[in-house]
Design a protein around this ligand. Structure first.
Ligand SMILES: NC(=O)c1ccc[n+]([C@@H]2O[C@H](COP(=O)([O-])OP(=O)(O)OC[C@H]3O[C@@H](n4cnc5c(N)ncnc54)[C@H](OP(=O)(O)O)[C@@H]3O)[C@@H](O)[C@H]2O)c1
Length: 343
């Protein structure tokens, strides 16, 4: 099968190319970059040295079986009609097609969607929540990295109606989440050593979290994003409040029920040890999400911790997982890397 990646000079595109190069069922065919058209992939991604792949312009894109779009916000939604003619299956990694409701889109992205009919056609590409729909669809929206970490931690609780409708989320994220185009805030002297609140309110991923956790009602999600000294990784700490009558045992049962058969979800909750809770450090380069929790002995507050690599389960890894499902491959194909320790 031929697969192409548009926006392959970026961090997410590069990570997708890395995964596709060693995937046994597909062949990366074309990779695009306007800045680096004509250059070998290693000009931007030194980890891919030895590959004969060269960047071409998006204008020279040929027909392909599967197309990954790793473009900045706003580009895919303008080009989607033309791009759809090029590929049997599309996985878009931007925020352009993640929300189902055009009104939600307008509210969170501050402008109307130019092609709102596509919002209904794209499936939210979180395999654990939408496996069946992904299998039946040719259009999948890659999920937001901060949203993925948060949703994976909270989904079992909201689906099974264990918690009240208010949730407060504090998510810490590494620098690769803002892509590889430099600006003042990503300049080493400004970015290094920080713990910086960059979006205490109003983060766009909040919309995805609300959408995906709406079962019996729409939860109130209070999300804050903080940049920390990491290249890859997200740790989301969510505070929820248990409804009357539920115990720690119920929480365990629900997490096991939802996640025991999931190949990329690890429930991490030990009573002792350095790594007794989820931690992004040991997930770098892997497609795993780790989820853990602790119940406050003095209240009904449940603290849920969830960790991912933003470029993998939060981006390219999850997209390859979706491709595997869409194409009928074993879901874990090309994603078996377990991670490094120590790193
Ligand atoms: N970074 C993450 O952790 C993460 C996680 C999940 C989802 N995402 C989403 O994935 C997308 C890509 O993110 P990223 O971090 O990889 O960004 P990035 O590093 O800035 O890469 C953007 C890519 O898009 C290309 N591009 C930019 N404008 C273009 C245009 N008008 N036409 C064609 N190509 C264009 C760039 O290529 P040239 O400039 O070389 O042409 C580059 O390859 C974003 O929508 C982001 O929100 C990112």
């Amino acid at each position: 099968m031929k697969v192409s990646v548009v926006g392959a000079s970026g961090y997410i595109g590069g990570e997708a190319v890395r995964l596709l190069m060693t995937h046994p069922k597909v062949q990366p065919n074309q990779i695009t970059s306007e800045r680096f058209a004509g250059k070998f992939v290693q000009a931007v991604h030194p980890n891919l040295r030895g590959s004969s792949l060269k960047f071409s312009s998006i204008n020279d894109l040929e027909e392909t079986d599967v197309l990954f779009l790793a473009l900045p916000h706003g580009v895919s939604m303008e080009k989607i009609k033309d791009l759809e003619k090029k590929a049997g299956k599309i996985i878009d990694l931007s925020g352009d097609f993640r929300l189902r409701d055009p009104e939600d889109y307008k509210k969170w992205y501050k402008h109307p969607h130019p092609n709102p009919e596509y919002l209904k056609r794209f499936v939210y590409g979180n395999a654990e929540l939408h496996r069946k729909e992904i299998r039946e669809s040719n259009l999948v929206a890659g999920t937001g990295c901060l949203a993925t970490a948060t949703i994976m931690g909270l989904y079992p609780l909201f689906k099974n109606n264990l918690v009240k409708d208010q949730v407060i989320v504090e998510a810490k994220v590494g620098s690769s989440a803002s892509g590889n185009k430099p600006n003042l805030s990503t300049h080493h002297s400004e970015r290094s050593n920080v713990i910086r609140s960059f979006k205490p309110t109003g983060h766009r991923h909040t919309a995805e979290i609300i959408q995906e956790l709406s079962f019996n009602s729409k939860p109130q999600v209070h999300f804050s994003g903080t940049a920390v000294e990491l290249v890859r990784g997200i740790l989301a700490t969510s505070h929820v409040f248990l409804k009357k009558g539920f115990t720690k045992k119920d929480i365990w049962r629900i997490y096991r029920q939802e996640y025991n058969d999931e190949p990329f979800v690890r429930i991490v909750k030990k009573s002792r040890g350095v790594y007794r809770y989820p931690e992004p450090k040991i997930l770098a380069g892997t497609n795993f999400v780790e989820v853990g929790f602790e119940l406050d002995p003095n209240s009904n507050r449940l603290v849920v911790m969830s960790a991912i690599d933003n470029l993998m389960k939060g981006g390219a890894g999850q997209a390859v997982q979706s491709m595997n499902i869409m194409c009928g491959f074993e879901e874990t194909t090309g994603l078996e890397f377990l991670g490094l320790h120590p790193v």
